[in-house]
Design a protein around this ligand. Structure first.
Ligand SMILES: Nc1ncnc2c1ncn2[C@@H]1O[C@H](COP(=O)(O)OP(=O)(O)OP(=O)(O)O)[C@@H](O)[C@H]1O
Ligand SMILES: [Mg+2]
Length: 679
């Protein structure tokens, strides 16, 4: 009886390891998938009813990517259905002729035309099947690609806030299974379509032979259908409920083999520690797999027994019909074959419908993700920004991260003028990086206003805001690409433009500007060296060397507002002085530099220094002014100066050329019409 209950979502066990490592179960709270639970608890019929809606998305993708292939598949499958029906009728004719003739030889002779027709129909069926296979094979990868593209495009277009939101990330994660499922959905659709058509054909033939045969066929296949559907529902529920558990175990696996964790894994014995937890978590997951397997075995056994009983009844009824003379032998012969092929194709149909159902659940996750990503996407269009940069102004800006009560920025008002260097200082967690993200248009203020030359950033064309910003964050990306591309990726070029001689020269100039050229000289293949140790022939850089590449990338981007967050934290003293000099050298009449750093020596020549404390702006002014004020800035500055027990390193007061002595890259005052400035 337990088997007849509807599957429901179970609360999986929480392993002790999950509690220790993650403070509790690491799995989805299923808030977003309640919808599916509701449907899963529905019955077979409602599942079948919802199917067209569920496969509609995949079929639409198929229609958009390769219409001829989709039509070919549909036509070939329909053709096959017709050939199988005709085949059965021909078979019936052959049997009738054979049984009705006097001698077997006469019978064979009389049956030759029907046999020839049967052979022709079989050949036609085979040709149609091969056409369908070829077209479906062409279609499937295209659909997967289109679905994956849809997924990635939706993911890159959402606001940063969505990416940082755990709930959205879960959706992002589960939607990854959508594209391969879309591919399999195509295959399952084809099989289901073929199954339905050939079943309708067989059913038609059976009805013509005897009206009782069709209900009997359904009786044989129904239990198997129920069993397969139930197993699929269980599996889906299990996957959804356990997905974070699986992810947590995978995370541990990745930590164990990652390059960055390798030293601690060895020296601190973290390897053994995590491996133990991995085993613990895997064992808990295995109990779930065992439960599923047992349930599946029991379900299938019950289904097979019911189906067998139905077959017995069917054949019994046929014998009774023949004995009582209500069915002739030729019809009975064809009927046996038709029932066999019919129940086999009904069984296959149930299996494919089932696959279709299961796969379409994952495709639904993808569709839900794309819809949610659409709601959280960075809006397209908006007010244009003036070509020339004047002032970026923040007035009474307040911003809180979604999962935090305390605001990260509270009532901040400041201005950034073209042609100036602005420094942001403050202790850890004071809100500097958050301010930088707001400036770059990555986050929008909760209240207050942030304007670019009078245009509220909320209403502005965000594409244009991004175009005007070069951002070197604390955790800038170390792309696993060549040294050249690592710099050039600061301003991705149009296709064709990538190879241009001018662009190559600009890369070299940007590298020279940041002191990365000396790093490149030592690389085995110069600018073409792959910077990712994990790949063959690649080289790895030190933290400071990477920072030089980050700076070169920022220089190459050549934007109007250049934001550098802790650009020198890993640089040696000499490189640091050079870097601060070069950063100041970036300013121009149309360019502003926003410098975030804890190195007070780098701050002193900024035109304006803003001091943040717990999300509030507490001091502002020039270096001397703030020293004279004797507040937070003055004490931070003195503390560092005392720490080194000497004067802070002196910087030349005027913007100087790049460290290697080469002249900076010539800049153009104007900007291209699309808003990206060119050098
Ligand atoms: N993505 C985030 N989600 C939630 N809270 C965040 C996030 N990033 C930062 N915070 C919080 O916002 C506050 C300000 O952080 P922010 O990174 O802006 O500080 P910061 O001044 O750059 O510090 P640091 O000098 O250490 O780089 C901190 O309390 C931090 O915990
Ligand atoms: Mg920071």
């Amino acid at each position: 009886m337990r088997l007849l209950k509807r599957p429901t979502a179970l609360q999986p066990a929480v392993s002790a390891s999950e509690r220790r490592l993650f403070g509790g179960p690491l799995r989805y709270d299923a808030g977003w998938s309640n919808h599916d639970y509701a449907r899963l608890e529905g019955r077979l019929l409602s599942t079948l009813r919802s199917m067209p809606r569920m496969v509609a998305g995949t079929l639409r993708l198929a229609w958009d990517t390769d219409r001829p292939a989709l039509l070919t598949v549909a036509a070939a499958e329909a053709g096959q259905g017709v050939t199988s029906a005709v085949g059965l009728l021909v078979l019936s004719e052959v049997l009738r002729t054979l049984l009705g003739a006097g001698t077997p030889a006469e019978g064979l002779h009389a049956a030759v035309p029907a046999l020839a027709a049967g052979a022709l129909v079989a050949v036609l069926g085979a040709v149609l099947a091969s056409r369908s296979t070829a077209a479906a094979g062409r279609l499937e990868p295209k659909v997967e690609r289109a679905a994956y593209e849809q997924y990635l495009k939706a993911a890159v277009e959402v606001e940063l806030e969505a990416i940082e939101d755990g709930e959205f990330r879960r959706l992002l994660d589960s939607a990854q299974w959508g594209p391969p499922s879309a591919r399999r959905t195509v295959g399952a659709c084809v099989a289901t379509l073929g199954g339905i058509i050939s079943l309708v054909a067989t059913a038609g033939v059976l009805t013509v032979l005897h009206p009782l045969l069709l209900p009997m066929l359904l009786l044989i296949a129904a239990p198997r259908g129920w069993g397969a559907m139930r197993v699929a529902q269980r599996r889906y529920l299990s996957v959804i409920t356990w997905v974070e558990h699986v992810r947590a175990a995978r995370l541990i696996g990745q930590l164990l083999i990652s390059r960055t964790s390798a030293p601690e894994v060895r020296v601190h014995g973290v390897g053994r520690y995590l491996l133990g937890h991995y085993r613990n978590m895997a064992e808990v997951a295995e109990t779930e797999a065992t439960r599923l397997a047992k349930d599946k075995a029991a379900t299938e056994l019950l289904a097979a027994a019911l189906s067998g009983a139905a077959a017995l009844v069917t054949y019994g009824a046929m014998v009774a019909l023949i004995v009582t003379g209500r069915m002739d032998l030729a019809v009975a012969g064809t009927a046996v074959i038709a029932v066999r092929t019919g129940s086999a194709s009904l069984g296959a149909l149930v299996a494919t419908t089932n696959t279709l159902h299961e796969e379409s659940l994952y495709v639904r996750d993808l569709e839900r993700f794309v819809a949610e990503a659409g709601r959280r996407a960075i809006p397209d269009g908006g007010l244009p920004l003036p070509e020339r940069l004047g002032t970026v102004r923040l007035e009474d800006v307040r911003f809180s991260y979604p999962d935090r009560d305390e605001p990260a920025l509270d009532g901040v008002s400041l201005t950034i003028e073209a042609g100036t260097v602005v420094a942001l200082v403050g202790e850890n967690g004071s809100g500097k990086s958050t301010l930088v993200k707001l400036l770059a248009g990555l986050h929008l203020p909760d209240s207050g206003s942030l304007t670019w030359d009078g245009v509220e950033v909320r209403d502005a064309d965000r594409e244009q805001v991004f175009d005007r910003v070069a951002l070197l964050t604390q955790d800038f990306e170390r792309w696993p690409v060549t040294a050249r591309t690592n710099i050039a990726i600061g301003r991705p070029g149009a296709e064709g433009d990538e190879e241009s001689v001018e662009r190559a020269a600009e890369v070299v100039a940007a590298a020279r500007y940041a002191g990365a050229d000396r790093v490149v000289e030592k690389l085995p293949h110069g600018y073409e060296t792959l910077l990712a140790r994990v790949f063959r022939g690649a080289s790895e850089l030190s933290g400071g060397q990477w920072q030089k590449f980050g700076l070169a990338r920022t220089r190459f981007r050549d934007a109007r507002v250049i934001v550098v967050d802790e650009p020198t934290s890993a640089l040696d003293p000499e490189a640091e002085i050079a870097a601060f000099d070069s950063i100041r050298g970036l300013t121009g009449p149309q360019r502003a530099v926003v410098l975030v750093t804890h190195r007070m020596s780098g701050v002193r020549y900024a035109d304006v220094i803003y001091v943040l404390h717990e999300g509030r702006l507490v001091e502002q002014g020039g270096h001397e002014e703030l020293l004279a004020l004797g507040g937070r800035y003055a004490s931070m500055f003195r503390m560092q100066a005392e720490q080194f027990a000497q004067q802070p390193p002196t910087l030349s007061p005027s913007p100087s050329p790049s460290p290697s002595g080469a002249s900076p890259i010539p800049r153009q005052a104007g900007a291209s019409p699309n808003g990206t400035s060119v050098t």
